[in-house]
Design a protein. Structure first.
Length: 100
């Protein structure tokens, strides 16, 4: 893994931020302040859909890859990304610019 080649903790944090988008390619989110019971219902519905045989069969027929991060795991990934310190975000932006 490319992260194994980096020794500088700040560069490693920036690199992890860059590759994090692969872990949450198409996130579904709700705004702050949504009541807890509504969040639970939305997570449950999403999780059930991701396990639904008809949905999975249609995704297969359309050659779509379905690899969801269910419920709290997905929310944790989003929280981690948004918690990145500004200096890490700036470093990640510079790293991306260097590759273009």
């Amino acid at each position: 893994m490319v992260t194994d080649l980096v020794d500088d903790p700040r560069k490693l944090a920036a690199l992890k931020l860059i590759v994090s988008r692969q872990n949450i390619a198409r996130p579904f989110a709700a705004p702050p302040g949504v009541p807890a019971e509504r969040v639970a219902a939305l997570r449950s519905a999403f999780d059930e859909t991701m396990r639904d045989p008809d949905f999975l069969a249609e995704a297969t027929q359309l050659a779509l890859e379905v690899r969801p991060r269910l419920g709290r795991a997905g929310a944790g990934a989003v929280r981690e990304i948004y918690a990145a310190p500004p200096e890490v975000v700036s470093m990640a932006a510079e790293m991306i610019k260097e590759t273009r």
